[in-house]
Design a protein around this ligand. Structure first.
Ligand SMILES: Nc1ncnc2c1ncn2[C@@H]1O[C@H](COP(=O)(O)OP(=O)(O)OP(=O)(O)O)[C@@H](O)[C@H]1O
Length: 299
């Protein structure tokens, strides 16, 4: 449904995106993760044709590219991008913004009252945007995407400035929109939040994806135990650690349970407890661990 082929973007000499390719299909949420200034927005800008790559192409529904005006109109009819707060019109109401997006993309306003109710915006949606708080503006930006109701949605920093209740509300709505067969991209610094609804998370580094995390039912389990470098080296010298273990950012050992029987698992647990008085956790590797693995180097 959306394919990027060999995309390269450079600003001057610096390649921000370097020969990057991917395919994404309807009914999935894809998380995009990287530290500030890595290229997430740049990649989104290429997807929506706000930025021309120096190399590569964007292909929508197997045939539409940003080469002809006809195809560009087709893509933009099916793809919306998260508005930036600074692009809101201070003297228009929230409701007027929702109508604008509904008219431009969906061509109907019937669903707007449902969107307002779902996102608890009834008490402020008829007021001018200039009177809104940061969180109210952010909720409006999200509501505008819901009002547009396109099959592909590109959401940059959707959770910015939201409190826990609103993060939960929007996470729930994202999951529902996935069930409606939409393809949604979410760039976020709220890592654990992505674990709730993403099907895949891509980690961007040096212009390319260094890792693709795929969520599936039967994910491999790990024992996760906090330990400092000294404890880790002690453990490594004393026992033969399996090759697939990870020691992340000088503080966390992730020990794979795959292939171990109950007795072996208990033995390892005992060794860890002997060494570290920190709490142990057992579960699959999450976004937090991958982030630390790729962006916080071990010394
Ligand atoms: N128009 C531009 N001209 C020159 N450099 C640019 C331009 N746009 C982006 N960059 C640079 O490209 C890099 C990636 O920027 P980008 O906005 O894509 O990062 P990001 O991952 O979205 O960051 P953040 O998490 O802070 O939003 C940065 O170093 C930025 O300075």
């Amino acid at each position: 449904m959306l394919e990027l082929k060999n995309i390269t973007v450079a600003f001057g000499e610096r390649k921000v995106i370097d020969n990057l390719s991917f395919t994404a299909k309807k009914g999935e949420i894809i998380g995009l993760v990287a530290p500030n200034g890595t290229g997430k927005t740049t990649l989104f800008n290429v997807m929506s044709n706000y930025l021309r790559p120096v190399q590569g192409e964007v292909i929508f529904d197997n045939k539409h590219k940003y080469e002809s005006e006809q195809s560009e109109v087709y893509i933009h009819k099916h793809m919306s991008t998260f508005p930036e707060q600074k692009d809101l019109f201070e003297d228009l109401t929230g409701l007027e913004h929702l109508r604008l997006f509904a008219d431009m993309w969906k061509g109907s306003r019937k669903h707007i009252p449902v969107v307002i109710e779902y996102l608890n915006m009834g008490h402020y949606v008829k007021r001018k945007v200039r009177t809104y708080s940061l969180g109210m503006r952010q909720r409006l930006c999200f509501a505008m995407m819901v009002a547009a109701d396109t099959s592909v949605m590109i959401m940059d920093e959707v959770m910015n400035g939201l409190d826990i209740t609103n993060v939960a509300l929007i996470s729930k709505k994202l999951s529902e929109m996935k069930q409606e067969n939409k393809l949604i991209f979410v760039a976020s610094h709220l890592l654990e939040n992505l674990d709730l609804y993403a099907d895949r998370v891509w980690y961007l580094k040096n212009g390319t994806f260094v890792h693709e995390q795929i969520y599936k039912e039967d994910q491999d389990s790990f024992i996760k135990v906090e330990m400092d470098r000294q404890q880790y080296h002690f453990l490594k010298q004393k026992y033969e650690l399996p090759e697939e273990h990870l020691y992340i950012a000088n503080h966390l050992l992730c020990f794979p349970l795959k292939g171990l029987n109950m007795k072996e698992q208990t033995k390892w647990l005992e060794r860890f407890l002997e060494l570290s008085d920190q709490q142990l956790e057992v579960g699959p590797l999450g976004t937090m661990e991958f982030y630390e693995r790729y962006y916080l180097e071990n010394e």
